[in-house]
Design a binder for this molecule. Structure first.
Ligand code: SAH
Length: 384
């Protein structure tokens, strides 16, 4: 399917509820049109932008610089809504996870990972995924639809609400970094993702710079250059295998864009150099892609690409056909990459007690709902 046909088929529903349009997710230009439509001067758009994205205001009544009549008028026709929190969990290591529900009932997850000097929010870009990577739990959920820009930005707004990160602080932020590494393939929802990233990067709002944003792709080669040129964000590539034979199996997108094409697109990624490397993610699967020969081949393949490797111990989920290798095997794998000139930190699993790996909370919620339906107590799962 072409990218445009995909965008059309999986488009999010219009963001109007009881006839009122959500202002979250509009670009500055679109907000300007709303303001002009109300017969208000252009500077009102800037004020609104600041209330929404700098102060995190959730209703018009709080926007005190706007004048009472305008606030009433806005409230009659518009909303400043985020997705609803269907479930929230906090891990013993401080990782927080939210299951978010949109007005049409669709649910996605975001995860906040606090570290000493930064806090990273991992957001979703689609409800479900079409890629069916064998080790990924989201791959077992069929794609329902793309998320809108409002739903992507909304994930940051909810996180900021919950973390007490408004108004957009200059220092001591809880949310400093953004990764598009949650459910879905962001480059198959390029237009909404790009719109959301532009809103997030705006210096008078959420203000997270492109250097602190990383987009993770399984390798949608034709969209990679565009992403680098238009957005300039960091790129992470889900590699997971060093031969086409294995990658065809575990990352089926490889059949469309094989390794040679993917690595060429990485070499050509705009703005990539030694101080700004591409991250290659590699989920270690016991007995599948964790041999020393695999490590050597990876070092050879990535030669000449400014790269760092993120080794991710496989995060198991119920019924998964893979296991995680032992710590020794992982250590040796990392050592060989290091000898081959690559930095390869092993990513510490976070939030394991709250199933923070991709797609797991949503599936748990669906299982609970199904169980509730089966015993005839509709809605019980929502109260768990
Ligand atoms: N579609 C994009 C973004 C979503 S997946 C992509 O493929 O990059 C983001 C990352 O989640 C993938 O790189 C993969 O490494 C990781 N992932 C998915 N399932 C996992 C699991 N069970 N254990 C460890 N990492 C997993």
């Amino acid at each position: 399917m072409s990218r445009n046909a995909h965008a059309e088929q999986f488009a999010p529903p219009p963001d109007t509820l009881d006839g009122r349009m959500n202002l979250v997710g509009l670009t500055r230009g679109e907000l300007g049109e709303v303001v002009a439509g109300l017969g208000e001067p252009a500077f009102r758009a800037r004020q609104l932008w600041s209330w929404i994205y700098h102060h995190g205001a959730r209703d018009f009544a709080a926007m005190t610089s706007l004048g009472k009549a305008l606030r009433t008028q806005l409230a009659e026709r518009f909303r400043v809504d985020r997705p609803e929190i269907a479930r929230a969990q906090t891990s013993s290591d401080g990782t927080r996870k939210w299951l978010l529900r949109s007005p049409d009932g669709q649910e996605v997850e975001s995860v906040h990972i606090p570290e000493a000097a930064r806090g990273t929010l991992c957001v979703s870009s689609q409800v479900g995924c079409t890629l069916t990577c064998r080790f990924c739990h989201t791959g077992t959920q069929r794609l329902v639809r793309n998320l809108s820009a409002a739903e992507i930005v909304g994930q940051l707004m909810v996180a900021r609400d919950e973390l007490g990160d408004w108004p957009s602080p200059k220092a001591d932020r809880q949310l400093t970094n953004l990764v598009l590494m949650g459910m879905g393939e962001p480059l198959y929802n390029y237009d909404n993702v790009a719109k959301a990233i532009r809103i997030v990067m705006d210096g008078e709002g959420i203000a997270i710079s492109k250097r602190k944003i990383t987009l993770s792709t399984a390798g949608v080669v034709p969209a990679m250059r565009r992403c680098g040129e238009e957005l300039g964000v960091n790129l992470a590539v889900s590699l997971h295998a060093v031969s086409d034979e294995l990658r065809d199996e575990i990352v089926p997108l490889n059949r469309k864009y094989p390794l040679a094409e993917l690595l060429a697109a990485c070499r050509d990624y705009p703005g990539v150099h030694n101080a700004r490397r591409i991250t290659f993610e590699y989920v270690l699967l016991k007995g599948v892609n964790d041999s020393l020969a695999d490590a050597r081949e990876m070092a050879r393949l990535l030669k000449g690409i400014p790269a760092k490797v993120n080794l991710i111990p496989f995060n198991p989920w119920p019924g998964a056909p893979f296991e995680c290798p032992s710590a020794d095997v992982i250590e040796r794998f990392a050592q060989i990459l290091f000898e081959g000139g690559l930095t390869a930190p092993v990513r510490q699993p976070r939030g394991q007690d709250i199933m923070a790996a991709c797609g797991q909370l949503k599936s748990a919620s669906e299982r609970l709902k199904k169980a509730a339906r089966e015993v005839g107590v509709a809605g019980a799962a929502d109260r768990q």
